[in-house]
Design a protein around this ligand. Sequence first.
Ligand code: NDP
Ligand code: 2IT
Length: 451
Amino acid sequence: MKNKYQDKIDRFMDYAKMRNANEPEFLQAVKEVAEAVIPYIEENPKYQGKKLLERMIEPERTISFRVPWVDDKGEIQVNRGYRIQFNSAIGPYKGGLRFHPTVNQSILKFLGFEQIFKNALTTLPMGGGKGGSDFNPKGKSDAEVMRFAQAFMSELYRHIGPNIDVPAGDIGVGGREIGYLFGQYKKLTKEFSGVLTGKGLSFGGSLIRPEATGFGVVYFAEQMLKDKGMDIKGKVVAVSGFGNVAWGAITKANQLGAKVVTISGPDGYIYDPEGISGKKIDYLLRLRATNNDVVAPYAEQFPEATFYPGKKPWEQKVDIAMPCATQNELQKEDAENLIKNGVIAVVEGANMPSTPDAIKIFKEAKILYSPGKASNAGGVAVSGLEMSQNSMRYNWTAEEVDAKLKEIMKNIHNNAVKYGKQPDGWVDYEKGANIAGFVKVADAMLAQGVV
Ligand code: NDP
Ligand code: 2IT
């Protein structure tokens, strides 16, 4: 089906490519938004002639800096740090920090761009941003992680603040790293504030923040199924990754009566036909804490499971797929396998885990497919709730935060349905989420003039 506005989309993408050559991940994220939003702009004159998309794809500010630090052997190491302050139309810049050797400007721009729309969908007042470093946490000692985090914050602190830009975690950045970053910010500024989210509970963190992204993914899946008169209970689920998001998703899926049969790492995947539950979920945390980046030991620990080296979980027959590892981890042939095996729903936990080819296959098959910016927004939503609690100098209970998270995920779902429902009743969640996020940010930009 050719888009009526394809020429306009192509022209816009030529412009984006010209200005962002050599940034494939960023261009991939821009194209997804352009394909949904350009037709909407064409049909809604209020958004025309204002260069809204041209402005949105240009970060308000890009900061790149040197991060020198000394390792345990006394050797000097040099990493590169970034913060992309993408859009502040609806609130302070907000988004995670990623520490991974693959980090570069293209990846952080794609993540920061996605964050604009995701944060708008949460209904909370947060702009979009992202940052990180090419620092590789693998095999690093605790002392090395601390020295790196302190060196990173020694520059970043100049650019952030509780009303300016509020970073959080992402791949390679969890509670430990946020603690070290917070300590250094406090030392340099003499200020105890909600400048970061994902903090420890004893210094301003919110209950349920560690679980929030994964819980939100499962709440979103629940809504999608409910919309079709189905229940998540009894469904078989494939999860990829074994990090923070995977852990939260597996925990909640079990609580709601689903069976999770896979996890994965860079070394391959684990298939556990008995389901990953109970003490096996706790084992994931230990596996992660070894800093070795492998899932193979799971099969030694639990002999009923099989380890498939170098493979991805998408070859298994499951009802629901939840990619929770990283970008572009679910490709065309994986999508074909999932469809062949009768998958009902693909609910993204990671950011942009499905390639455009894979998404096309899901859409043609008219299964339930949700992009990360809608289904993984629970993490940043609870970050927003952490900011609120810090401002109030008050803490909500786990039940209160969880109830708000559930409500937010329901709102995101309904908002995506509002803009994504097709004449035949099938919901294009990708289109719906992109337009819903765009409308909120575009209205704020229009009201604030050309700034
Ligand atoms: P973690 O660091 O806790 O876990 C990341 C997982 O993905 C690990 O299993 C990791 O293995 C794997 N992974 C990372 N990079 C690669 C790669 N290049 N190739 C193969 N596997 C890889 O991160 P999170 O769980 O926090 O993040 C997972 C995804 O969810 C990311 O896409 C992130 O952007 C997204 N997300 C995170 C949120 C949060 O609140 N933390 C919120 C919303 C989205 P390894 O490190 O061994 O490579
Ligand atoms: O991708 C994401 O939404 C995150 N990594 C969480 C960001 C946040 O500010 O909590």
